[in-house]
Write a protein that binds this ligand. Structure first.
Ligand code: ADP
Ligand code: ASP
Ligand code: MG
Length: 814
């Protein structure tokens, strides 16, 4: 004997019912079958709405009922040939009439009791199961329709009634023993109490009906047919790459469904588990896909956890006070008070100081809970021994479920560090001693991000989704995007990183696309995007709340720097090509680094010095390994190096500078390079990273550019440089006369930093630096005689973009 339950979506349309009938036909060839049917998808919700509308005195219920009626009638007409549908249509018509009368009664008295609501709701299951039964008959499958209310006996707790197992099992057995048909069709969800009134088994309760029947008749198997191919490692609506679970134990399935995996109604498991009846979850729309088998044991597997689920709309109650410490009975009274008000407790934690008890309940009971608990503890509250009940809403419970967890250490560590790394704050934690479930209460706004990051941590084939926001799509930004685009597959295959650009901004426009921006046409998309400022963009990023988020600043704007703190505080990593942050006041720089550390985010700015050369990370590695940086000598300006390498007197100085700008080596305002500001910033950053607390003013800057060059616009600057050609020429000739070369050098010596133009001889380390190359020499305790040298192209869009790219990868893997 086989019990098959078809859910709302499996009977949600004529097409779905056709599929359902085909599945039943096949099963019926070899089995006696009991078919349990839910209401057509959405019907129960609409019936509730009709009832509530009537209760409010509004006759809008008529339209709601007429829509329900129309949907059913339409389905029937599609399912049957002309005359075959008459009896079912008549049945629907009579039932809808009855419903209208019921609702009209509700409207007149303006009261909707749970008892009446159960009557109203029963329509959904009764009609749907009638339709399926008629359809089966229509395709030649003889079957008996049986009203489950005649068999399933419950108490009178309408809305979520408790089954009287003895009475129910007896009735079910005697029905099946005495009815000869091989196929039976029954409505799920509904039952009746001792007085014969209709009751319901709780939302989603059709699964339970099927399990009760399966257990009573010792069925060989219970099949739950739905719209997904079994239980999945997470709710597929939340986690796109959730995986199907092929085997799962009863206990795991119970934990998963209890904590929100809707695919099976939690009470369903208990009766079948008691009898050891296997449960198969199958997809009506893909009947050949394997599905999930629920049994007492499942085959060994490598994964430690089975699934991740969450429950929304949770309220946290906290009972606190010194009067509770060491005195037994407080928790009993708390739970008794809640139980008397029929408030179900989902999760409990108590600190070992006994100073507080924290309890999670469904949000809809929040007000009632406050009322009953404060009443229970009225005396203690008045006496100041405990505080009035704390009630906070807007939470969700997140649960990691799996039998294997008890054999492994470190799972909660991984769970909480993953959440922490993503800025998900944990309000409370509970782990049962069965170690089958670790639950955490988190803010509902973080649920999607939390479930996805945990799924990635525990289930993905090592793949991690990284969400990148890029501010500044100038030369470097464009190159970066190009590199991200062309390396996407390589990153995915070789590094298991799925890097997506989810936000783009230039100085005028910004766009966010949670699904990822199409990098083939990002220019067009950005051109059409909304006007937005950086502050708004940051707020929207925070609101979007994607996991593993990285913000990349490739602007030269101080406004953009202003948003770093709030991003870091939400654990969004910041990668700055922009030098302003790291070279602003020391206090600001330090605070940003501290914030990043505090919120487990990364704040990287490798390209601030030497473009893509690994200067800052090398310095950090030296220090991390206990070395001390005593002296730094460096050529840090690709622009100045290019300019002095190319200025040989054959062309005016200003023209060489113009070429450097045209080739993209200079800052947007080339004066920042020429007057040494850019180099000073870089040595400042290196000094700070080497552990010296310096400010910009502390850097000695010997200018070689005549003061007049700094006045006016960039065009004025070029004009003034031309006028000053004599000055540049004499610098060149003076050095040449002594057989020396001009180099712009930055140095840090024992905490003192300086920048300036120097004439150096052939023997100097920097003598042979060509083109736009940079070089940095680190003299440390370990590298004392021969410095550690980093040398290579220190300017240019491609290498800079590559440096930013490397920072992104570093932040992704951290
Ligand atoms: P039915 O109407 O067939 O009873 P339900 O809507 O009650 O179907 O349950 C199926 C739905 O459960 C799926 O469509 C899916 O969105 C949701 N769901 C939530 N969590 C999970 C999970 N872990 N695995 C599979 N489905 C899940
Ligand atoms: N129709 C009911 C509900 O929507 C029962 C069920 O579908 O299992 O909750
Ligand atoms: Mg269901």
């Amino acid at each position: 004997m086989k019990v098959m339950k078809f859910g709302g979506s499996s009977v949600g349309s004529a097409e779905a019912i056709e599929k359902t009938a085909a599945i039943i036909r096949q099963a019926g060839e070899t089995n006696t079958c009991a078919i349990v049917v839910s209401a057509m998808q959405g019907t129960t919700d609409s019936l509730i709405e009709a009832g509530r509308t009537a209760e409010s005195g509004d006759d809008g219920y008529i339209e709601i009922l007429s829509n329900i009626s129309e949907r059913h009638t339409d389905t029937i007409q599609r399912l049957f040939d002309n005359d075959a549908h008459t009896p079912v249509l008549d049945f629907v018509e009579t039932t809808v009439k009855e419903l209208e009368n019921l609702c009209e009664g509700v409207r007149l008295v303006r009261e909707l009791s749970t008892k009446t609501l159960d009557r109203i709701l029963s329509f959904g299951e009764i009609v749907a199961s009638r339709i399926v039964s008629a359809k089966l008959t229509g395709v030649g499958l003889e079957n008996t329709w049986k009203d489950s209310r005649m068999m399933i006996r419950t108490d009178s707790n309408h809305g979520s009634a408790t089954v009287d197992a003895t009475e129910t099992n007896g009735r079910i057995r005697s029905y099946f023993e005495t009815t000869a048909t091989k196929m039976h069709c029954l409505p799920g969800f509904i039952a009746s109490d001792a007085d014969g009134y209709t009751t319901t088994l709780g939302r989603g309760g059709s699964d339970y009906t099927a399990a009760i029947i399966a257990a009573a008749i010792d069925a060989d198997i219970l099949e739950i047919w739905t719209d997904v191919s079994g239980m999945m490692t997470a709710d597929p609506r939340f986690v796109r790459n959730a995986r199907q679970i092929s085997h799962i134990t009863y206990r795991e399935a119970m934990e998963l469904s209890h904590f929100g995996a809707k695919v099976i109604y939690p009470p369903t498991i208990q009766p079948v588990m008691a009898k050891g009846i296997p449960v198969m979850i199958k997809n009506t729309f893909e009947p050949d896909t394997q599905g999930t088998l629920i049994e007492s044991e499942s085959p060994p597997r490598a994964e430690m956890i089975r699934g991740i689920t969450s429950i929304d709309a949770v309220t946290v109650l906290s009972l606190e006070g010194s009067g509770m410490v060491g005195i037994p009975g407080f928790s009993k009274r708390l739970f008794d008070a809640l139980a008397r008000a029929s408030i179900n407790v989902i999760l409990i934690t108590q600190s070992s100081s006994e100073h507080s008890i924290c309890v999670a309940i469904e949000q809809r009971h929040a007000e009632m809970a406050k009322l009953v608990v404060d009443l229970e503890f009225e005396y203690e509250i008045t006496a100041g021994k405990i505080e009035p009940l704390g009630v906070e809403s807007g939470f969700s419970i997140l649960a990691l479920v799996g039998d294997n967890m008890k054999e492994h250490t470190g799972i909660s560590g991984r769970m909480f560090s993953t959440l922490g790394h993503n800025g998900v704050n944990i309000h409370a934690i509970a782990q049962g001693s069965s170690e089958r479930n670790i639950s955490a209460i988190i803010s509902s706004r973080d649920v999607r991000k939390a479930v996805n990051s945990l799924h990635e941590e525990f289930f993905s084939d090592g793949k991690k989704q990284i969400n990148v926001y890029i501010a500044g799509v100038g030369t470097v930004g464009n190159r970066l995007i190009e590199q991200l685009r062309s390396q996407h597959q390589h990153l995915l295959d070789d590094m298991r990183l799925n890097l997506r650009v989810v936000g783009l901004a230039n100085s005028k426009r910004a766009l966010l696309a949670a699904e990822g921006v199409d990098l083939d046409i990002y220019r067009e998309i950005l051109a059409e995007a909304d006007e937005m400022n950086i502050g708004e963009l940051a707020d929207k990023m925070i609101e979007l709340n994607l996991r593993n988020s990285i913000f990349v600043d490739i602007t030269a704007s101080s406004d953009v720097v202003e948003v770093y703190p709030k991003l870091l505080e939400r654990s969004v990593s910041v990668i700055a090509c922009n030098k302003i942050a790291a070279s602003s006041e020391f206090e600001k720089y330090r605070r940003l680094k501290d914030t990043a550390r505090e919120y487990d985010a990364n704040f990287f700015f490798e390209t601030n010095v030497g473009a893509g050369l690994p200067v800052i990370h090398t310095l950090a590695d030296l220090r991390r390994s206990g070395d001390r940086v005593n002296r730094i000598e460096a050529v840090l300006s690709g622009t100045l190096n290019f300019v002095f390498n190319n200025y040989d007197g054959s062309r005016p100085f200003s023209e060489v500078v113009r070429q450097a700008q045209a080739e993209g080596y200079t800052e947007p305002d080339p004066r920042l390079d020429l007057n040494g500001t850019d180099v000073a910033r870089k040595i400042l950053i290196l000094a700070r990273e080497a552990g010296y607390e310096l400010e910009m003013d502390d850097i000695e800057n010997t200018a070689f550019l005549p003061g007049a060059c700094m006045d006016g616009s960039v065009d004025d600057f070029y004009a003034e440089m031309s006028r000053q050609e004599g000055h540049f020429r004499s610098l060149l000739e003076d050095a040449g006369a002594k057989g020396l070369k001009l180099k712009y050098i930055a140095s840090l010596d024992d905490g003192r930093a300086s920048v300036g133009l120097q004439s150096i001889g052939q023997e100097h380390n920097f003598a042979n630096l060509s083109g736009k190359d940079n070089a940095v020499l680190f003299y440390t305790n370990r590298y004392s005689d021969q410095p550690l040298v980093i040398k290579g192209a220190g300017a240019g869009a491609d290498v800079t973009a590559a440096g930013v790219f490397a920072d992104i990868i570093r932040a992704s893997r951290a």
